[in-house]
Design a protein around this ligand. Structure first.
Ligand SMILES: [Ca+2]
Length: 175
């Protein structure tokens, strides 16, 4: 029983460790640098690049932000994650509305039709608590294209499967 308790505590410790949020700050690049696959634990950044912040693209963490450099600005995690949020700046208030979609296996699970800004940076905390595997910030069809940026993208890996596996493994030892 003591061994079971010890294992249970270990399993809980592992789960807690895995649950620490990942904060992607984009700060280790210089110049305009396309974000490489795998950076920050994200499988594909597609049309996102790191760049130095400025008055139009306000960093939450200095010196860099991530900026969209093309349409269909999908961030594909390549695994299930729980998105906590990010900071957002758009330099052209009211002119270039942005559309936010959270995706899971190609399906939209949450969206905000007009995710634009009043010109100041703000921190968006996701109200969606389910798992996703991709996030798309894109122009609204038919509107002019404008650049926008994010910083400190924060998410958790989906540890539900890991916790279940750990618990199963603990139980299997005592069968
Ligand atoms: Ca930053």
């Amino acid at each position: 029983m003591k061994a079971l308790l010890t294992l249970a505590i270990l399993a809980f410790t592992v789960s807690v460790a895995l649950a620490d949020p990942i904060v992607v700050d984009f700060d280790e690049f210089s110049g305009l640098t396309p974000l490489p696959a795998g950076y920050g634990g994200v499988a594909s950044w597609n049309n996102w690049a790191s760049t130095t912040g400025n008055s139009d693209y306000i960093p939450l963490s200095d010196p860099n932000v991530a900026i969209n450099v093309g349409v269909a600005s999908a961030i594909e995690f390549g695994q299930e994650v729980i998105l906590h949020g990010f900071s957002f700046t758009g330099p052209n208030p009211g002119i270039f509305p942005v559309h936010l979609k959270l995706m899971l296996v190609g399906q939209v699970v949450f969206e905000i039709e007009e995710f634009h800004t009043n010109g100041t940076a703000f921190i968006w905390e996701s109200p969606y608590e389910g798992v996703i595997d991709a996030m798309i910030l894109d122009q609204i069809p038919g509107t002019p294209y404008g650049f926008f940026c994010i910083d400190d993208l924060t998410y958790d890996l989906n540890t539900v499967a890991t916790e279940s596996t750990t618990l199963s493994q603990v139980k299997a030892l005592f069968r």
